[in-house]
Design a protein around this ligand. Structure first.
Ligand code: 3HC
Length: 279
């Protein structure tokens, strides 16, 4: 079985790694070769650390890497049996990607979107095969986090749902069925909590105190500010904005501090500055 992953950002590169680790020949497609170069370097460094820690042999690392290829051309998805789109969370961008996939993919290919909250029905509607389109939402870091949310659009067929679920299980993931409403299950609960943490920082609480309180008070592995930096402040803000616009409910209004930070280019770990400073 051949896999194509669209997007070489944090999620796309993690999903590519996960598919190759599970033994699948995987092509990563991104219009920007520079993003792929960065993803390649990050993966090489991650595997070096795993080999040094004795978690992986050099031969295993080489075998996984040999199953990954990179292309900047969507035509490379033509061979794929399963395509997983993981481009930034913007509906117009996702629709443009699915239109291109519709033009090049095999008729029977599964077209999966790693959206974290956008409508699968809307994404599928731009293709001539909305029954083949489904949501499979991974969590960051994709190779580590065990959950994948399965989201069916109005047109997704039973067969596609069953095949996508079986494929996620073959990647070693646990799946849950999530409703096709903004945020699905996890982000609808998690992201408003991160947003509330940002409000507390805006009101004068320190990120350290917010994170210590939540880590020691609820056993979270990372506090909400640390987690927002980890996932990307822009990504988290886009998800919160999706909840706000999707439910038309003021209870989801994004914290203005997050908007200021994104405008200033403080995107969290990836930019070196978020709630915390990174070297
Ligand atoms: N990519 C791939 N693997 C990674 C990784 C990354 N970015 N970061 C860490 N890992 C791997 C390490 O290689 C290590 O593997 P090994 O045990 O085989 O060596 C393993 O994860 C554990 O890493 P560390 O020992 O360095 O660190 P920790 O034990 O502190 O765990 C963590 C790191 C798993 C990230 C943990 O802090 C955690 O679970 N944090 C919370 C993550 C979370 O909540 N994610 C969900 C975010 S919300 C989301 O994704 C929604 C979406 O829509 C944006």
């Amino acid at each position: 079985m051949k896999i194509a992953v669209i997007g070489a950002g944090l999620m796309g590169s993690g999903i590519t790694q996960q598919c190759a680790q599970a033994g699948f020949s995987t092509v990563n497609i991104d219009a920007f070769a520079a993003a792929q170069e960065k993803a390649k370097a990050t993966l090489a460094a991650l595997f070096e650390r795993k080999v040094a820690k004795g978690r992986l042999t050099t031969e295993e690392a080489d075998a996984i890497l040999s199953r990954i290829s990179y292309s900047t051309d969507y035509a490379a998805a033509g061979e794929a049996d399963i395509v997983i789109e993981a481009v930034p969370e913007k509906i117009d961008l996702k629709k443009a990607v699915f239109k291109q996939l519709d033009a090049v993919c095999k008729a029977e290919a599964l077209l999966l979107s790693n959206t974290s909250g956008l409508s699968i029905s809307e994404i599928g509607s731009v293709t001539k095969r909305p029954q083949q389109v489904m949501g499979t939402h991974f969590f960051y870091p994709a190779p580590v986090m065990k959950l994948v949310e399965l989201i069916r659009g109005l047109a997704t067929s039973d067969e596609v749902y069953t095949q996508a679920k079986a494929f996620m299980h073959s990647l070693g993931k646990t799946t849950v069925d999530a409703p096709e409403y903004p945020g699905f299950i996890v982000n609808r609960i998690l992201v408003p909590m991160q947003n509330e943490a940002a409000y507390m920082v805006m009101e004068g609480c320190s990120p350290e105190d917010v994170d210590t309180a939540m880590k020691l008070g609820t056993n979270m592995p990372m506090g909400p500010c640390e987690l927002t930096d980890f996932v990307g402040i822009d990504v988290m803000l886009a998800t919160m904005t999706g909840l706000y616009e999707g439910f038309h409910d003021s209870k989801y209004r994004p914290c203005p501090l997050l908007e200021r930070m994104v405008k200033a280019g403080r995107l969290g770990r990836k930019s070196g500055q978020g709630f915390y400073t990174y070297k």
